[in-house]
Ligand binder design. Sequence first.
Ligand code: C5P
Length: 405
Amino acid sequence: MKLSHKKILVGICGGIATYKSADLVRKLKEQGADVRVVMSQSAKEFITPLTLQALSGYPVSDSLLDPSAEAAMGHIELARWADLVIIAPATANFIARLTAGMADELITTLCIATESPVAICPAMNQQMYVHAATQDNLNTLKQRDVHIWGPASGSQACGEVGPGRMLEPLDITALACDFFKASEYLPLQGKNVMITAGPTREAIDPVRFLSNHSSGKMGYAIAQAAQALGANVTLVSGPVALNTPTHVNRVDVDSAENMLESVLSDIKEQDIFIGCAAVADYKVEQVATDKIKKSAETMQLELTRNPDILATVANLKDKPFTVGFAAETSNVIEYAKGKLERKNLDMIAANDVAIQGQGFNADNNALHVIWTDGQQSLPTTSKTELAQQLLQLIIERMDHNENSH
Ligand code: C5P
């Protein structure tokens, strides 16, 4: 039984897929999980709490304001009890309310009050699912580390065909099993990983700077994935509009020199260094102390080279396993190989930023990863997925290097 000793809180919202939730509780129990059920008020219009009570073996919680239920197991206690929260089905309304942080009903309150991972299984009409509001909400939840399981595509109760069907109870149970299995896989436990991410800002005067379009998404995805594999992660970040991944130590920096200083202050402790930041190659030679006034039709700024953070780390005595990124618009592999050698790297991940929808600011990317005696292509997928695949390659190379010494 793959879910023995696991405590799973199943939250049920009101929708036509609610009838499947009873089977989900059964399937989770069959794998050995201890399951408690929370229902929204509207869920009770579709299926009775009595059914879920009989299947889970516990009274069903459905209200924040029920003194007897709160005395038996209050909402905070329930939130602490769970190893995993699964909301199935998660309606468009629930998703919007969770995104907004509403705590006016037990089911959303629990998702906010818990420190445990939350997985939601969307189920709704296909048009509601593809609506920009729902998609934006799901993206926000993803960024907050909420797992989005499904939906499946196919014919819907409303007669339409498209994405929005709740995953089958068997599939959700399999995802729960995988989830716990993955969370026990901690190959980077005890390892320190430092990642640089985002752009740098090079001051021109007190109000202006030179920078670039880097969103930081790739570096942040790597930080999150490394943390999930057990690493102690330090994320040295340029200015970006992203939330800090949970349990990651984020150090905010501004200019390339600033970033180098932060990196070097703790580099001796690191086992792995991944330079993902889009560091400005040049800085302004003379930063004006006062705001520059407009006068002539043209003006010139004298630029001077910035330090190369990655190359500095890669050339340290006892350097960590050092990984660089190369964003190119042509001859991607050839240029990346040159960079691997020139900068003395252990590995380089190259991407073709000329391809639409890839690289800067995009959610998806593809990488060609090259190391001293091998290479592998990682085809287009989400940056989250790519981050996991890249770390897997790093782990394999480090194991290989250790075994060959
Ligand atoms: O040489 P290029 O800028 O293309 O190399 C890109 C790689 O080098 C990235 O990993 C980037 O983080 C790193 N880099 C750096 N410091 C610089 C320039 C680039 O760490 N000044």
